[in-house]
Design a protein around this ligand. Structure first.
Ligand code: B12
Length: 235
């Protein structure tokens, strides 16, 4: 087995540019990196899984504005498809990055874009929102989503943990300002002044309703995502 290199690829800034170019070429919209110690919530991984992985890469892909604009009171088939393709693309980007990093002699652990490991607690292995926030991709907004300066909350996310030394992204300050569009848009009024006010019970009950009664078979909605499009001049 090849030992991990410490010299040729030790410059974090150069490594970041290398990672960024691969991710962009594979279809990423935004890429950021962080030291794992900056992630504010626990990771649900064993020590064996996590061994030696000190850094994280956060990748965002943009959703279709036209699809989101078409939503009226919840998800439709166009959104379901866009959601699934975003997940597939994110998983592919994470897969490709993982292999490229491994080829350079470092370790990498891709986390699924959308996988719930505990249905009781509704958690994934790693919180993509918190990795993205720590990586400087955006802030956690009133809508309880990761909001980016470039595309608002109209992005989906994936994370890759790695031993490849990477730089710390600069944090983005809370930027919702006096925008309350998501609060008005939520069909069950599950949002409030801050992310901490998000009402899981109300949100989940609605998503469950859509999954079963609207034949989505997925816990999706999209109304708070639609309400957070980012800069006005963006198409
Ligand atoms: C399970 C799950 C759900 C559950 C809810 C679980 C939950 N508690 O959040 C349900 C099914 C209800 C759900 C709903 C939705 N989800 Co969802 N979901 C997930 C999943 C798979 C795991 C979430 C998780 O681990 N939560 C555990 C906690 C620790 O992490 P967190 O929720 O990310 O963070 C919260 C807390 O930490 C708290 N918080 C905020 N600040 C701080 C600070 C500190 C110090 C602490 C301790 C906590 C804290 O608020 C955070 C936001 O809720 C993730 C994928 C992933 N692996 O991240 C997608 C994910 C979060 N979902 C996503 C989306 C888009 C949605 C929906 C819009 C549905 C849809 N696609 O139409 C709604 C959003 C509702 C809303 N406004 O929040 C996206 C968010 C993208 C973005 N731009 O932010 C994700 C990241 C999937 C992806 N690959 O992009 N989801």
């Amino acid at each position: 087995m090849k030992a991990e290199r410490t010299s040729s690829a030790a410059d974090p800034a150069t490594n970041f540019e290398w990672v960024r170019q691969i991710a962009l070429a594979e279809g990423a919209s935004l890429v950021g990196t962080t030291h794992l110690s900056r992630v504010r919530v626990p990771l649900h991984l064993t020590e064996r899984e996590l061994g030696g992985l000190e850094y994280a890469i956060s990748v965002a892909v943009r959703l279709s504005r036209a699809v989101l604009n078409g939503l009226v009171d919840g998800p439709n088939l166009l959104y379901k498809w866009n959601y699934r393709q975003a997940n597939s693309l994110l998983d592919k980007i994470a897969f490709v990055l993982t292999n490229k990093i491994q080829e350079r002699g470092y370790r990498a652990l891709p986390i699924a874009a959308s996988q719930t490991i505990d249905w009781q607690r509704q958690i994934g292995h790693v919180s993509h929102r918190h990795v993205a926030e720590a990586s400087g991709l955006g802030w956690i907004g009133r809508n309880n989503l990761l909001v980016t300066p470039q595309y608002g909350a109209q992005v989906r996310l994936v994370s890759i943990l790695t031993s490849l030394p990477l730089p710390q992204g600069e944090s983005v300050p809370f930027g919702c300002g006096d925008c309350y569009a998501c609060i008005d848009a939520c069909p069950v009024k599950a949002l409030g002044e801050t992310a901490a006010d998000w009402d899981y019970e109300k949100c989940f009950a609605l998503l469950d309703h859509f999954a079963k009664k609207r034949n989505m078979n997925l816990h999706i909605c999209g109304m708070c995502v639609k309400a957070c499009p980012g800069p006005q001049e963006l198409l």
